[in-house]
Design a protein around this ligand. Structure first.
Ligand code: MRU
Length: 368
């Protein structure tokens, strides 16, 4: 999307590849909204660390970053031996896949690359790897545009939308999943309002979604995570649109940022439509139960402390909790299908219980 920075507007993707230097280029998301900066990772280990440290975050964005990381890993291999190449790629794959365990996009992206490279010479696989990573990134953009076209119809003049965390363009390569319908509605001159959940502990809603919407001139308010029930009760929210880090194709269960389940329960209680947006790369066709999804538990420091910028512009972390207390920090939760009105995909809106039945349309591939 377009970023206005230092008085100039320029179109950016969240992640892209610098072929000349074999480097991945990333928007440094931890500094937003206060500073806009591009950083590079020189090898797959640095790329994996950037995913782990959340320089880049969001399912589609880390999917593309992992894909580029795998291409970086392929490039550095010396020699022609297929067996040693495959051993090397397995190590690269495992390093990148373990950086963030919950989102399925990195795994889907890298698995499909490895499958497509099978049977080729080492030289061919090395050149194929980058082309396949670029393809994943381009597909991610096209999927999000498709979600925008389909989901935009849910937003009318005057609609008040609630969203959680950041399933915006920063969480993908471009456009976003939950925000794509908003960007399409804005392009059609619809006038609507968005409530962004703050999304503690890392505040992706307050920092990233709000920044994106402000860049696009979309009317919005940041709300504390606990305020949505009250607003629903007073009739101030018409529609909920969220993203997902992993949606189970067999059961319709949706993993998303911690707090999503709470919003879904509240929406059901107040008869407010609750939609989940997903590109096809976010579907996990293997797992048979939400209980099998690895839920990342991040550092308790994220709960006990908060990052911010002082009035003089200094970025700092401050203690916000009782110093002798411990904390739990599960980063994602699972919303069951009965709380979900529909899953917006680039190929249509589906009842969450009908994903498996529609698997052919939704890109299910037995061989993946
Ligand atoms: O921990 P994050 O910021 O990487 O979490 C991912 C998310 O931003 C959300 O869960 C989002 O709603 C889905 S990602 C498209």
């Amino acid at each position: 999307m377009k970023v206005t920075h230092n008085g100039k507007s320029k179109h950016y993707r969240t992640v892209w590849f610098d072929k000349t230097n074999n480097q991945v280029q990333l928007i440094e998301q931890r500094l937003l909204p206060h500073q806009f900066k591009i950083v590079s990772t020189k090898n797959y280990v640095e790329t994996s660390q950037a995913i782990k440290d959340m320089v880049v975050r969001g399912a589609g964005a880390i999917g593309a970053t992992a894909a580029y990381g795998l291409a970086q890993g392929a490039q550095i291999f010396q020699g022609n031996g297929i067996k040693t190449f495959e051993k090397h790629i397995t190590k690269v794959y495992r390093t990148l896949a373990s950086a963030r365990p919950t989102a399925i996009d990195p795994i889907n992206a890298m698995r499909s690359m490895v499958t497509k490279m099978a049977g080729q010479t080492v030289a061919t696989r090395k050149s194929q790897a980058l082309a396949l990573a670029e393809q994943f990134a381009d597909d991610d953009v096209a999927y999000c545009q498709g979600i925008g076209r389909i989901g935009e119809k849910l937003i009318q003049n005057g609609t008040r939308v609630l969203t959680h965390c950041n399933a915006g363009w920063l969480a993908f390569v471009d456009y976003g999943s939950a925000t794509a319908p908003m960007y399409s509605a804005q392009a059609r001159n619809k006038k609507f309002h968005v409530f962004c959940d703050e999304t503690r502990p890392r505040s992706q809603g307050a920092a990233l979604t709000a920044w994106e919407l402000a860049q696009e001139g979309i009317s919005h308010d940041i709300i504390a995570d606990n305020a949505s029930g009250h607003l629903m009760q007073r009739g101030e929210i018409d529609l909920v649109i969220v993203g997902s880090d992993r949606t189970l194709g067999r059961t319709g269960e949706v993993t998303n940022k911690i707090g999503t389940y709470t919003k879904a329960v509240l929406a059901k209680r107040h008869n407010i439509p609750f939609y989940v947006t997903i590109p096809l790369s976010t579907i996990d066709w293997k797992l048979k139960s939400g209980l099998e999804i690895p839920i990342e538990e991040r550092s308790s420091e994220e709960v006990l402390r908060a990052w911010g910028v002082t009035d003089s512009g200094r970025r700092q972390s401050v203690s916000i909790a009782n110093p002798s207390s411990t904390a739990r920090n599960p980063s994602f939760d699972v919303t069951p299908p009965e709380l979900i009105t529909g899953i917006i995909t680039p190929v249509g809106i589906f009842n969450p219980n009908q994903l498996w039945k529609n698997r052919a349309k939704l890109g299910y591939n037995n061989k993946k």
